[in-house]
Ligand binder design. Structure first.
Ligand code: ADP
Ligand code: GLC
Length: 481
């Protein structure tokens, strides 16, 4: 059994802004099911929703600050959660990373540096918790300084750093470095420095014993200038230590046979019941209730990564076709407004919900027929897997985890029973439109469509296999080769 400290800045259902939370909520649980002793550490934001007891454990002093560590648990699991409680940095309302206008909190460097300091103290068992991990698994830039700090310690745990998204690197002006009081030897080009800026993600990429990312294809893509954001050289240099492990999904939470957030349960054997969810969705969004019209869904952060600009270019043409479109998301204000304008012009065709709404997300997965993910890049992506599990066939761009988890419906894959969606190549509105048309043609052939739905629903996206791959990786790391 390994003792694993999982370091993350969000975890579902405590707090979530995106897929990192889904992974942090479900991978530690899956590792615990494989008999590992996993504990999670994350900041104690005001918006955190804890379930059950939260108790004060101890106070740790770093950099003249007294930081509390609180303990709670992940719901329905043995996984212990340690909350880093420092009210001056974390006890205010809203999103973990930015204000309501989307501006980063001005003290993010200090906030997450303190978080990393505490995680490193816990990892070295200097926080009076009486538990020293064998391995520290860090996620994304917010935890990037942990491998860097640990690299300076003797008798330290081994470290893994998982990249969930290279587009977010935690870059700060070098002037913000001094107040962080970081050990001077980390400040160098083969260190935390990136073109005279402080780079949190480099702490993970340079110093972690192993780097992973959330799909095998993305592990290759980030070694190219297009998706490496200037770090492709470093990643290529470390490629021997870099691998891709595709995310799993929480198959209890995302299960159409038991989902409490949908109108009617169904499974591959009772696909006709899926329709009641379609009606419920149409009613909820004030779209005409129509069993035959294909409903296309999309749930996403509304940012360039997700190909929202491509979708916007397609919407006028889509509005002229026999379909309905249901989108849920929030993000870029310009995208939000342009989408709302379309809903205003075509109220019978296009329903746009701006905001974050977990129940509606589940109902869209269950009620839509087709799900769009035209991402420009996608490290893994979770909704294409949720969609397949709900028999809602995804239309995805061939990139990152989308390429690794959806099998394009062409005669051969339809014939051999492996097709589960529609995959297109170019990041262009024309290719997206063509893919949507291809989906609609398949939808108009009920026998084939149903076959594809069943293929998709029967696919195994559970965490078990991926958690086993992580475990294998953990076991392969030793400090003294
Ligand atoms: P990313 O992490 O890049 O945002 P993922 O596909 O990995 O993309 O994960 C996104 C997660 O966030 C999914 O669980 C998705 O359902 C959820 N999500 C995104 N936007 C919303 C929203 N507006 N309301 C509810 N859930 C959302
Ligand atoms: C990131 C990526 C997304 C991935 C998620 C969880 O937010 O954008 O593709 O699924 O992390 O790993």
């Amino acid at each position: 059994m390994k003792k694993i400290l999982f370091v993350t800045s969000e975890a579902h259902p405590l707090i979530k802004t995106g897929g990192l939370a889904d992974v942090s909520g479900s991978l530690p649980k899956a590792l615990a099911e494989l008999s590992q002793d996993v504990r999670l550490v994350m900041p104690h934001y005001q918006a955190i929703k804890t379930h059950g007891d939260v108790r004060f454990l101890c106070s740790v002093r770093v950099d003249n600050r007294d930081v509390n560590i609180l303990e709670t648990r992940m719901p329905d699991s043995p996984v212990i959660v340690w909350l880093v409680d420092y009210p001056e940095f974390f006890d205010y309302p809203g999103n973990p990373y930015h204000d309501e206008q989307g501006n980063d909190w001005p003290n993010n460097a200090e906030r997450f540096a303190l978080f990393c300091r505490i995680a490193a103290e816990i990892a070295m068992d200097r926080a009076h918790l009486n538990w020293k991990p064998d391995l520290v698994h860090c996620n994304d830039w917010q935890s990037g300084l942990v491998p860097a700090l640990l690299s300076l310690e003797h008798d330290r745990p081994v470290t893994v750093f998982t990249i969930h998204n290279m587009a977010y690197q935690g870059l700060f002006p070098s002037s913000s470095t001094a107040p962080l009081n970081l050990p001077g030897q980390l400040w160098q080009p083969y260190g935390l420095e990136f073109h005279s800026m402080l780079s949190f993600i480099k702490g993970g990429l340079v110093y972690a014993d192993r780097i992973t990312t959330v799909s095998p294809t993305y592990a290759q893509e980030i070694q190219t200038p297009e998706l490496g954001y200037g770090l492709e050289g470093l990643l290529t240099y470390r490629k021997e230590f870099l691998s891709g492990i595709i995310n799993g999904i929480d198959t209890e939470q995302w299960n159409p046979a038991t989902d409490p957030l949908i109108e009617q349960h169904y499974q591959a054997e009772s696909l006709q019941d899926k329709q009641l969810n379609k009606f419920a969705l149409q009613r909820k969004l004030s779209l005409p209730v129509d069993e035959h019209i294909p409903v296309i869904g999309l749930i996403s952060r509304l940012v360039e990564q997700k190909g929202i600009d491509l979708l916007l270019e397609c919407l006028s043409e889509m509005a002229g076709m026999p379909l309905q479109f249901a989108l849920l998301g929030s993000g870029d204000k310009v995208f939000e407004q342009r989408l709302l304008n379309f809903a205003h012009s075509y109220p019978d065709k296009i329903a746009i919900t701006i905001g974050y709404d977990e129940s509606l997300a589940h109902l869209i997965e269950a009620g839509a027929d087709i799900f769009l993910m035209p991402s420009r890049f996608e490290p893994c992506g979770l909704n294409q897997m949720y969609s397949q599990r709900y028999g809602t066939l995804p239309v995805v761009r061939k990139t990152g985890g989308l390429a690794d988890s959806v099998v394009d419906a062409v005669p051969e894959t339809i014939g051999n029973g492996t097709a589960t969606g529609i995959v297109f190549n170019d990041a262009s509105a024309g290719s997206l439109m063509e893919a949507i048309k291809r989906a609609l043609i398949l939808y108009s052939m009920p026998d084939i469509w149903k076959k594809l739905q069943v293929n998709a629903m029967k696919k195994d996206f559970s965490w078990q296999r991926s958690a086993e791959q992580y475990l294998e990786l953990y076991r392969s790391i030793s400090l003294h080769p």
